[in-house]
Design a protein around this ligand. Structure first.
Ligand code: ZN
Length: 353
């Protein structure tokens, strides 16, 4: 069958790959709609860990069940489901220690398009259907469901780990799709003031729409100084890091409050080496600032809960989709759009069926 694969570091393309083989608890699925994401761009162009030859890319997908294994209870042939980007191995020992994302190895929860063939293929396997696939309520569109499988859950993870309380001041660094959902999440967690850091007009518009009270641009000078000035020198209760290079980590520590502040990182820092930790604003190791680093929450229940939020109109993730392409062959063009980030792009989806 045809699939869009990582051929070698820096080169992605089409290849003929083996069809997946059904497992007793698994399901074979056919993509209905997919979205490439910045992580796919990192996998192809950003180096990272060694991958299997001709690894099938992609982890954001709404799909139709073609075939369900003999022990699958809740899903049947023909059903359209949301496929979480993060698919923990629920049978791994570490799950009983609540270590969902790294249960059997670092990043074992991130399997699709990484340690197991991804969704940019004519068909793909989910090895444990009942614990992984999410039912889509009839009121929720395919576009909305597609945004929940990675973008919403990742952005919300950033807000959840930020220890946000009613009345807090929150800074969101980076307002691509993930950062925009972190803005929405922070607003729902009770932030009074949300300072979003970014400059592309399309993203700035959406940031205000989703709950930002102010937008700060790198173009207007040092971001830390701007935040400190606007907060009377105190800094923010929470800084959610959603984008940027290595320098943003130190900036986040600089601008979070002593004693009570939390830096919640969901940004991908490519390459190896160290991230700089500012000694002074870090209180020379005694500032009482909390730093959380997390991969997105995944699995069936998580995504079904987010789909409930769409169903009852708490969130409108569809406003992130600025580009829509049609046809399996358009996956390549869509990935290039995510890499090149034209001025008017937030998120692209490809409808296949
Ligand atoms: Zn993604």
């Amino acid at each position: 069958m045809k699939a869009f694969v990582l051929k070698e570091p820096g080169i992605a393309g089409w290849a003929d790959v083996a069809e997946p083989i059904l497992t007793p608890y698994g399901a074979i699925l056919k993509p209905v709609a997919v979205a490439p994401c910045s992580s796919d761009v990192h996998t192809v162009f950003g180096g990272g860990s060694r991958k299997a030859p001709n690894l099938v890319l992609g982890h954001e997908c709404v799909a139709r069940v073609l075939e369900a294994g003999e022990y699958v209870k809740d899903f049947s042939q023909g059903e359209i489901v949301a496929v979480p980007a993060i698919t923990p191995d629920w049978r791994a020992r570490g799950i009983q220690e609540h270590n969902f994302k790294h249960a059997s190895a670092p990043f074992s929860g991130h399997q699709l398009g990484r340690s197991q063939p991804g969704v940019f293929a004519e068909t793909f396997l989910i090895p444990d259907a009942d614990t992984t696939l999410a039912k889509i309520p009839s009121e929720v569109s395919i576009k909305q469901a597609l945004m929940c499988v990675d973008v919403v859950t990742t952005g919300f993870t950033g807000a959840e780990n930020g220890n946000i309380k009613f009345g807090d001041t929150v800074v969101v660094m980076g307002i691509g799709p993930i950062g925009l959902m972190a803005v929405a999440g922070a607003a729902m967690k009770g932030a009074a003031r949300i300072l979003a850091v970014g400059s592309r007009p399309v993203c700035v518009d959406r940031a205000y729409e989703l709950g930002a009270t102010e937008v700060i641009s790198y173009k207007d000078g040092d971001v830390v100084e701007q935040v400190m000035k606007r907060t009377g020198g105190l800094g923010a209760d929470c800084v959610i890091v959603c984008g940027g290079g290595d320098e943003v980590f130190a900036q986040a520590v600089d601008m979070v409050r002593y004693g009570v502040g939390t830096v919640s990182n969901i940004n991908y820092f490519g390459g190896t080496g160290n991230l700089p930790f500012p000694k002074f604003s870090g209180g020379r190791g005694m500032a009482g600032k909390t730093i959380r680093t997390e991969l997105a929450e995944g699995g069936r229940v998580r995504i079904e809960r987010l789909l409930e939020m769409v169903r009852f109109k708490r969130i409108r993730p569809e406003i992130l989709v600025t580009h829509e392409l049609k046809g399996f062959a358009k996956i390549e063009e869509a990935l290039c759009l995510m890499r090149d980030k034209p001025e008017d792009l937030i998120k692209v989806m490809v409808t296949i069926e």
